[in-house]
Design a protein around this ligand. Structure first.
Ligand SMILES: Nc1ncnc2c1ncn2[C@@H]1O[C@H](COP(=O)(O)OP(=O)(O)OP(=O)(O)O)[C@@H](O)[C@H]1O
Length: 547
């Protein structure tokens, strides 16, 4: 008996607290509505009935949401009944009116992703204790949304104040099961403010707890789509302990909340990888870095359920090994670089030495050449050589008496006396009948070489017909290389010299061969016979003009 009394007292206190809280929220909503939309025509502390009735037409709500979010309800059905809220009991509105406005309002609320309520709240028969709670919640939620919008300018994502546990899912508004509280309890709730506080009995407390838990559980069962069929059936049959069921529902709700927060948790490929030993070393570094950032993996590591930490440790070890390898390679590279630099420096020094040596060599060569040309000058710029052709058979007696080494030549006229017929000539050198072509060229060779140092040299043969000028200069026609004349030998020598000096000098050698006969000059190397006669250029020009 005593227990029963204590239980009732507890139930009573709980109901009082709830009723007080609900009233306070309702006053808040009323106050904000009057400030924001305009006078509602009700008291500042309205009863539930009064509050619901003034919103029944949906006009206030539609105006409210249009003010919060412009254009949310484009077409508001106007109420032509005066003082509708006050006349609520006496003159019920046509159903279509509140239905249209309320429905549009609820759709707009849904669009804003704010917690909504049941349209049936505004039906006359449903005005009972707790009916306005969700309407009040919705209005206060709109208030919070409006404040958030003003603060942020609507940028970002608004999070509703109400717990998701109490938020009905979209599309389930019409199908929501109503909370059924028996009339006895309801009466107590309504009268809570005026009753003096008594200590309720144990039974009363237990009974009230049972009612509240059952009501909450029913509400949650209706809200949760993911609760197993067996569990649901057993609840309906009354086989399940209510408290146990309550805790199970709560844990289920929390699970769903977690899943909502990280929807990819179940389908995360990392989760599959993490729990497999075989894949322990196959996770790429990039994934591991991502893995560190994932809450699920951190939790996993803490629990020691997966081998992520081992993988991370292995990878870190490998990374440190790679770092060591990199630093040693770097050092090696630096050593090679410095070695290469020293080699290059050495090579540069060698090149410098060589270029200095080459410069010295050229200097010496230049000196040699100048000395050579000086010697040629000293020998004389004009030199006269005499070559004696071998006597033919027809020539019985030779006229040569003596050939001196110093270039003297004694000639005898056999028809005169020895004294009168004797004549002495002086040359630079005299070549006897036995002198070869090479012997004759040996003396002229140094002069020809002076050409390569920029000196002008002229060698010409002079003598009577048949004395051997052509033989000496050009050699016998069709002769061997041994019988080459001075022209060929000189040209050969020039080419050899040009080749020797190709690194320091580039020579261009041109040859022209002309014949002067009967005071006429002929080009012996010209292809065109018309161009052989001197003056070559004039003839060429005239020919060119004719053509
Ligand atoms: N040193 C020599 N040894 C052998 N034969 C020679 C020598 N000099 C000239 N002869 C010969 O004497 C002949 C006449 O020589 P070559 O034609 O050279 O004389 P030339 O002075 O050029 O005559 P020309 O002024 O008429 O042209 C040629 O048959 C030539 O082979």
């Amino acid at each position: 008996m005593e227990n029963q009394t204590r239980g009732r007292g507890h139930e009573y206190n709980l109901a009082c607290r709830k009723a007080e809280e609900a009233a306070l929220r309702r006053y808040q909503a009323t106050h904000w509505l009057e400030c924001f939309v305009g006078p509602l025509g009700i008291s500042s502390q309205p009863s539930e009935r009064e509050f619901v009735s003034c919103l029944r037409s949906g006009l206030v709500l539609c105006n409210l949401i249009n003010k919060v979010q412009t254009g949310s309800v484009p077409k508001v059905v106007e109420n032509h009944t005066p003082s509708q809220s006050i006349m609520w009991d006496s003159q019920p509105l046509p159903a279509y009116q509140y239905f249209e406005n309320i429905r549009n309002f609820l759709v707009a609320v849904e669009d804003l992703k704010l917690p909504a309520f049941e349209a049936s709240v505004f039906e006359r028969d449903n005005i009972e204790a707790g009916s306005s709670t969700k309407v009040v919640d919705c209005i206060l939620e709109l208030k919070a949304y409006h404040e958030w919008k003003q603060m942020t300018g609507g940028v970002g994502c608004y999070k509703p104040l109400r717990s998701p546990l109490l938020t009905p899912s979209r599309g389930r508004i019409q199908a929501q099961t109503h909370v059924t509280v028996n009339s006895d309890s309801r009466r107590r709730l309504e009268m809570s403010a005026s009753f003096p506080k008594q200590s309720p009995s144990e039974d009363e407390i237990q009974k009230l707890e049972g009612i509240i838990v059952k009501a909450l559980a029913e509400r949650m069962v209706d809200m949760k789509e993911n609760i197993g069929n067996n569990f649901f059936a057993s609840f309906r049959n009354g086989n399940t302990n209510q408290v146990e069921m309550f805790s199970r529902i709560f844990s289920s709700c929390f699970k769903e909340q977690l899943q909502n927060k990280s929807p990819k948790l179940n389908s995360d490929p990392l989760k599959e990888i993490s729990c497999s030993e075989d894949n322990s070393t196959s996770i790429p570094l990039q994934d591991l870095s991502n893995l560190r950032n994932r809450k699920c993996c951190r939790a996993c590591i803490k629990k020691g359920k997966c081998n992520h930490w081992t993988v991370v440790t292995i990878q870190e070890k490998e990374l440190s090994n790679l770092k060591v390898l990199l630093s040693s390679t770097k050092k090696e590279f630096e050593n090679l670089q410095s070695q290469l630099q020293s080699d290059l420096k050495q090579l540069g020094d060698q090149v410098l030495d060589m270029s200095n040596a080459a410069l010295g060599y050229h200097k010496v060569m230049k000196e040699n050449r100048s000395l050579h040309n000086m010697l040629q000058d000293l020998k004389g710029n004009i030199r006269v050589y005499c070559r004696i052709r071998p006597a033919f058979n027809a020539e019985a007696k030779t006229a040569i008496d003596f050939i001196g080494e110093d270039g003297s030549l004694v000639v005898i006229d056999p028809l005169k006396s020895w004294k009168e017929g004797r004549k002495i000539f002086q040359f630079n050198r005299v070549f006897g009948p036995s002198a070869a072509q090479e012997d004759v060229f040996r003396d002229t060779k140094p002069l020809v070489r002076s050409v390569m140092d920029g000196y002008n040299v002229c060698i010409f043969a002079y003598g009577q017909t048949g004395s051997g000028k052509t033989y000496t200069m050009s050699g016998p026609g069709g002769g061997s290389t041994k019988e080459f004349g001075i022209n060929q030998l000189a040209l050969n020598d020039l080419f050899v010299l040009s080749d020797e000096r190709k690194d320091i000098m580039s020579y261009k050698i041109h040859v022209q061969m002309v014949e002067i006969y009967n005071e006429q000059i002929h080009d012996l190397l010209a292809d065109d016979s018309l161009l052989t006669k001197y003056p070559f250029t004039e003839l060429f020009v005239s020919l060119h003009q004719i053509s």
